[in-house]
Write a protein that binds this ligand. Structure first.
Ligand code: 3PG
Ligand code: MG
Length: 395
């Protein structure tokens, strides 16, 4: 099914409300990984070339609705954009009742998740957003799996709703890559919780030839093999599911490799010393914070033999220098492999930045959860909205 594309519309002088995903990591008020913002720059430039008035919307983090929270303000993003574009990008704190804007100007609307009703896709909220524009542009691929007021509701009500160039590019590239992948196909899924990725893991087990799990997810799998994980982050209630997935993978002849060695610490801290342990020797008072050197070598070999690699999520606490080697090894192995590689997810993008491996990755997606749901074969709610609107559009 088709969607309207921003590139095909007459934008001249119109008020564009563009939903981006500027949910980027920030430290001390500074954006520390800018890939998501950079990916949206062509969209902004295209709109400016047509002298449109630009209202940009995004969320940042997961604040409680109904209140301003300075820690999750988009101020660092406004600052970044102003500097990058060489023009003032005004941050508007209260924007729902209307924004004064001229063609050629850019306004960044403060964090959409400060508004009550955003996550429930409240109709009144969506209506207030829609009344700000002539054209709603959904460009936030990273948030296209959320049926919120700023991603879906507003699109149903706005006079016209179309896909922005970034969203179109992501859908085209990922669709092409997944349609007929080069085998063997490997997926690496890291992150903290099995619960948020259980259905993804299940579907990837069906679609891929090999699956590697990392981070807190791997800890739950380690526990599923009957081993001690000490103080490590894991989900005891999902050990049964992990066992089921291990059995399924075994029956399919692929297997989910559980780390043979790990890096442990006596505290969850950036200053903690990293000690290498065989996985069966982890103690009750220790935290598993990364994979060990032998596991790194094994994973690197699996990556080297793959024809296609999908990567989402770190395999260790790579933000702590002592526990970065595992994720660095994975990133470098993907970088050096000749496989068609696709990486996505906020932490994954930050790791790619940190280890400087972007050039060796075939396609970097700005989506995390959205990327995984797309890979799973689900229709993303924002895309479904765009398809419905395109069907109604008078040609
Ligand atoms: C992400 O970082 O995955 C997206 O920005 C979506 O954020 P969310 O998971 O808080 O909806
Ligand atoms: Mg997420």
């Amino acid at each position: 099914m088709t969607v309207l594309r921003m590139e095909d519309l007459d934008l001249k002088g119109h008020r564009l409300l563009i939903r981006e995903d500027f949910n980027v990591p920030v430290a001390d008020g500074i954006v520390t990984s800018d890939q998501r913002i950079l990916a949206a720059i062509p969209t902004i430039e295209l709109a400016l070339e047509h002298a449109a008035a630009l209202l940009l919307m995004s969320h940042m983090g997961r604040p409680a609705e109904g209140a301003f929270n300075p820690e999750l303000s988009l101020a660092p993003v406004a600052h970044y954009l102003s500097k990058h574009l060489g023009r003032n990008v005004r941050l508007e704190r209260d924007w729902l009742d209307g924004v004064k804007i001229q063609p050629g100007e850019i306004v960044l609307c403060e964090n959409v998740r400060f508004n009550r009703g955003e996550k429930d896709n409240d109709k009144d909220l969506a209506r207030r957003m829609a009344s700000l524009c002539d054209i709603f542009v959904m460009d936030a691929f990273g948030t296209a799996h959320r049926a919120h007021a700023s991603t879906v509701g507003v699109g149903h009500i706005a006079p016209v709703a179309c896909a922005g160039p970034l969203l179109s590019r992501e859908l085209d590239a990922l669709g092409r890559a997944l349609h007929d992948p080069q085998r063997p196909m490997l997926a690496i899924v890291g992150g903290s919780k099995v619960s948020t990725k259980l259905s993804v893991l299940e579907s990837l087990l069906e679609r891929t030839d090999q699956l590697i799990v990392g981070g807190g997810i791997a800890n739950t799998f380690i526990a599923a093999t009957g081993r001690e994980v000490g103080q490590s982050l894991y989900q005891p209630d999902l050990v049964g599911d992990a066992q089921r997935l291990l059995r399924l993978a075994h029956e399919r002849g692929s297997g989910i490799p559980v780390p043979v060695d790990v890096l442990v610490a006596s505290a969850f801290s950036a200053d903690a010393t990293a000690t290498v342990r065989r996985v069966e020797e982890v103690r009750a008072d220790e935290w598993i914070l990364d994979i060990g050197p032998q596991t790194c070598a094994e994973y690197a070999e699996i990556i080297r033999d793959a024809g296609t690699v999908l990567w989402n999520g770190p395999v260790g606490v790579f933000e702590f220098e002592h526990f970065a080697p595992g994720t660095r090894a994975v990133a470098q192995a993907i970088d050096q492999s000749t496989a068609f590689s696709i990486a996505g997810g906020g932490d994954t993008l930050a790791a790619i930045d940190q280890f400087g491996v972007g050039d060796g990755i075939s396609y970097i997606s700005t989506g995390g959860g959205a990327f995984l749901e797309f890979v799973e074969g689900k229709t993303l709610p924002a895309v479904a909205m765009l398809q419905r609107r395109a069907a109604e559009y008078p040609v």
